[in-house]
Write a protein that binds this ligand. Structure first.
Ligand code: SF4
Ligand code: SF4
Length: 206
């Protein structure tokens, strides 16, 4: 399905997403401080985790970061994204969950740190999500689980209000179009290769 969004609406919604991301970062920093978690020197690089992403608003924000890069760097990331997609396909064809390093990972550092997705911002600390499926608890990454083991009272970050705000921004971006926005269901690499949502390059990485 091809979708497009007016430039004026994109600007407003992406501005609000920047504010939401800042709030996510603050919530994460507080939870990580409580847990005593730091990613510095971590040997378990979580940038090999296999995720699909679901919102057009985050896709647009990621693309804005990519577009702002010097051409050479952008092309290098896109080359890596193609290799990532191919490697994931091979793993999936073998019936395995892909463990492939994110194409934006530069020697352990995120190449689009300011534009990384919510899942990258909130991964790590124990968190809770309260919704239609009840209260779901996520224990955090391996290093954090080991840190908080034996501390049953360790506070979980509630990511419910943050996700609600993201969902509201997705709806605001969608505007008065009928129905609800379709789920994106692309990996980060596929999003990079696709160009902004609505671009027909969207299928090139597939
Ligand atoms: S979130 Fe956890 S697994 Fe990922 S780099 Fe940080 S400490 Fe390591
Ligand atoms: S976008 Fe950045 S933080 Fe997220 S997986 Fe890729 S390199 Fe890691």
């Amino acid at each position: 399905m091809t979708v497009s969004f007016p430039a004026s609406r994109r600007r407003v919604v992406l501005g609000k997403l920047a504010t939401l991301y800042a709030d996510m970062d603050a919530a994460y920093a507080a939870a990580a401080a409580t847990a005593g978690l730091s990613c510095a020197g971590c040997a378990e690089n979580c940038c090999t985790s296999f995720f699909q992403h679901h919102t057009h608003v985050e896709w647009l924000y990621l693309q804005a970061g990519l577009d702002a890069l010097p051409a050479e760097r952008r092309e290098a990331f896109l080359d890596r994204a193609k290799a990532y997609v191919a490697a994931c396909r091979e793993a999936l064809a073998r019936g395995e969950t892909p463990r492939v390093l994110c194409p934006l990972n530069d020697d352990g550092l995120c190449g689009l740190y300011g534009h990384r997705l919510m899942i990258c911002r909130l991964h790590g600390v124990p968190n809770v999500l309260i919704g239609g499926m009840g209260v779901r608890e996520f224990p955090g990454c391996g290093p954090c689980q080991r840190l908080v083991a034996g501390r049953p009272g360790a506070k979980f970050m509630d990511r419910t209000p943050l996700l609600k705000r993201l969902a509201a921004l997705e709806m605001e971006l969608w505007g008065s179009k009928p129905g609800r926005p379709p789920k994106v269901d692309l990996t980060l690499a596929e999003m990079l290769l696709a160009g902004p949502p609505g671009g027909e390059a969207a299928k090139q990485g597939k």
